[in-house]
Design a protein. Sequence first.
Length: 591
Amino acid sequence: MRLRRLWIKHFRGIRTLDWTLPAQGRLQVLVGPGDSGKSTILDAIHYLLGDRWSIPFSDDDFYDVDVESPIAVRALLTDLTPDLLRESAFGLWLSGVDDEGQVHPEPTDDLLPGLLTQLSVDSTLEPRWSVTRHDGTSQPVSAGQRKAFSTFRVDDRTDTQLRWTRNSALGRMSAKEGADRRALSAASRAARDALAQQENSSLEELAKKVQDAANALGGGRFHDVKAGLDTSRSSMGAALALYEGVVPLTSYGLGSRRLMSLTVQQLATEGRAVALVDELEHGLEPHRAVQLLRHLAADDEYAHVLVSTHSPVVVEQADLQDLATVQNRDGLVTVTSLGGDAQVLQRLQRGRPSSFLARRVVIGEGKTEHGVLLECVQHWDGERAAAGLSSAAGEGVVLQEGAGGSEVGPRAQTMSELGYAVAGLCDNDVRTDDVGLDAAAAAGVLVVRWEDGNHIEAQVCSQIGIVGLQSFVSLGEALRHHANTVLDDLRVQGLPAHYDTLHVETWVAEHSLDEVRAWIVAAAVQRKWFKDVDSGRALGRWIIEHYDRPGLAATTERLERIRSFIYPPAAEDLTVPEAVAAPTDGTLADG
């Protein structure tokens, strides 16, 4: 069985969702910013298709706490198992499903059989499960019938799955296999010796099966998993638990317990399970998270697997067609499956996976812009912290290095079309970049470019005077580590050889300010004063130190546009240095 389509209304942070899942592929990895609804989607599926007898709904489970708008979770299921297709089960309630995931009254030769099932909750807080037809008629579904959906969820509440209880997966498997009830009762009364006598019991066989499956999954290096007495619990049945040697598995780390819980629950479904794993990487080292991802994608014992993640490593290692972004706009949630072989998406996935976990993305054209933005954001965050306001991280912002001007437009456009808010900070000296950036702007991207013809070094130096240029050269000297090195850089660009000083005022006495400025800019560019992230950050610190100089007005005005994008204007409560109009006489613009 697999989910083909999912509708959710008025459940927690989701006002409405209509998601058509891919027809092919076992695994779906939900990515996106926090609070977008990823965990809520998994909870909704679990509540709908799991076999829990009761779910403690509260007013807080209703969107905007509006209990007059009922919760509705509805799914279209395909690839139904023979048990589900029997007339005594749901065979008389089948609909037809086309290739696009649309529902039709009846299955035909051209339409797959599908089953519509629904969970609804009104102000009484009583959940009601049903199967429905295309015409709206319905029939109630019991918890016992829902067991046939073979759906389970892995989250932080793992310990119950590592003990034999009436409702745990281990308990259900033992009941099916006729495990020795006398041994179970004796164990629950702390009779360790009774368990020791069951050397060939079905409990041992079951524990060995769990051990082998967990080792294959990457759960650890288990070699002696067996049933034992959990002395931390005293209730009937709950005292019988899985052990590794003399150590109960409930004492293991969270990641190992989650993987063992996944193993046990999958075995209890007897194959073709639908597994839901919230925050797949939680408690796991990256290599184990990746192993789990690959196992879930490849194991035929799973019919469908849906996971959420906040791990860039998981995003990077997933197959592109398995990724789906989740975006929430005032409760309207959209899930977009990536799929395909789009080269831009693949470059983003491999090179900038954290961008898929953001709310807003700021792309700096290259390492220089990236470094400048990192330094500016650190400074702005400090100002905002002093005022009790949110940081860029709290706003869900990720800074991305764009790998060159030709990449910024396509990357920004692609991210925008997936529902992310995107801004780009770019040079304005290469006209071949214009088409991509114009297309990005048309897609809703905030494109911020330096003045016409300028790259960042030219922009910074374009209107500052002697004092500013002197400070800029001193920064270059600090980065190049020696005055003679900077002199050599400048001489290649036209500085007369007889100058043996870095005093800009000396040069200006014999050459125009524009000529001197051109030497400095060319030296900075050609000798790569600021062409890595660290030196870009140094330039960012320099800009911040001189932020209120009139000669930097055109530079800081563009940075302020980025700042307004990063921090919502409604929350902005800081006094920002005013950008003063730049003088036009080319003299001492900054005093």
